[in-house]
Design a protein around this ligand. Structure first.
Ligand code: NAD
Ligand code: AKB
Length: 323
């Protein structure tokens, strides 16, 4: 049985990866940490939980020894839009947090999962069907930390034989925990607004294409790559994983098949638009499919149906509010 530590466990991805890992391995085998403890009470009370800053190597190392941890999911980070407001903090949390996790993985012989992002690409990257191995010159500080993180994880594998693995996630869409300050957050907000007011004011232009993925597929990717046969992994870190690519206009059209009077308008946020314009329209994910069997289950139609159904049911239970 694995003993797993999750760093940054209460965020959009962490809360759902933690829930699935606890179902798979048992509550007491999945130790959660985050810098906050004011959300997701069920997770905090459902098994071991500790408030720890991801840069605090001493505390994390002590937890790894105490719980005999063999696998770490490092998910603490500052996302793209928030990072642009405070680049120094983003560098500090994203890079020193990752370096701390890598050093602990090296010292304690743990496997380490860390996600990169479509943010690791930039304006000179091929925009359509972006290849696995290609130009990476991002223009956001978030992207700079993601490329550096990919390289660091490869370095720790080559130099110290640390079992580092990771994927480049697209924008993740989910309904358990709100997204944490990214450029792709609009694609989640739109479903809540559609149910609450039948209208959404979008901060990106209607024709901006970005890669997206529904949370169940994102959770599967994280767990599947950590279970993969290491002999099959040629890339190890930062596998492109794709599921769907769409624009706000197209997403609105799919929502209209469920809520016919839904409307969308646009008030562009120039910082987020510039970030989105620098990212690919769609990724090619052949390496992940061949090396560890990646295959998504959801497309825009099935995700939209599930998001509206799940949030709608919650809204009915809560007497008209969705959150
Ligand atoms: P999030 O912002 O929702 O969650 C991050 C968590 O980290 C939060 O619970 C936060 O409290 C915690 N955290 C922040 N600073 C910390 C610190 N100093 N110490 C400890 N914990 C701290 O982010 P997420 O969407 O869950 O992203 C998880 C990872 O996946 C990140 O590396 C992110 O870059 C990557 N990713 C996310 C997406 C997406 O669309 N959500 C897409 C691509 C990549
Ligand atoms: C963000 O928009 O910052 C994230 C991501 C794609 O990395 N959702």
């Amino acid at each position: 049985m694995k003993n797993i530590l999750i760093i940054g466990s209460l965020g959009q991805l962490g809360s759902e990866i933690a829930t699935r890992l606890r179902q798979l391995y048992g509550d007491s085998h999945v130790v959660l940490t985050d810098i906050r403890n004011d959300v997701n009470t069920d997770l905090i009370q459902g098994g071991p939980f500790h408030v720890v800053d991801c840069r605090d190597g001493e505390r994390l190392s002590e937890l790894v020894s105490r719980y005999k941890i063999d696998t770490i999911y490092h998910l603490a980070a500052i996302l793209s839009a928030t990072a642009e407001k405070n680049p120094l903090k983003a560098w500090d949390v994203n890079m020193n947090g990752l370096m701390t996790a890598l050093e602990i993985a090296r010292e304690h012989h743990c496997a380490l999962f860390t996600p990169s992002s479509i943010g690791a690409f930039g304006p000179t990257t091929p925009k359509k069907f972006t290849p696995q191995d290609t130009v990476q010159r991002p223009t956001s500080i978030y992207g700079v930390t993601k490329v550096a993180g990919e390289l660091l994880c490869d370095y720790y594998h080559h130099k110290y034989d640390v079992d580092t693995r990771g994927v480049r996630y697209p924008g993740i869409i989910s309904n358990m925990t709100p997204p944490g300050g990214g450029t792709t957050d609009y694609a989640v907000e739109i479903y809540y607004a559609a149910l609450e007011s039948h209208h959404y004011e979008c901060f990106l232009q209607g024709d901006t294409y970005l890669d997206m993925m529904y949370m169940p597929d994102a959770v599967n990717a994280a767990i599947q790559i950590m279970e993969a046969d290491p002999r099959m992994l040629r890339h190890r870190n930062a596998f492109n994983v794709a599921a769907m690519s769409f624009s706000p206009e197209e997403q609105a059209a799919y929502i209209r098949t469920h809520i016919p009077d839904f409307t969308i308008s646009y008030r562009i946020d120039p910082v987020k638009q510039a970030i989105a314009d620098s990212w690919p329209d769609s990724l090619e994910d052949y390496a992940a499919r061949v090396e560890w069997g990646w295959k998504p289950s959801y497309d825009l139609a099935s995700m939209t149906a599930d998001m509206l159904k799940t949030i709608g049911q919650r809204m009915q239970k809560q007497g008209g509010t969705t959150r």
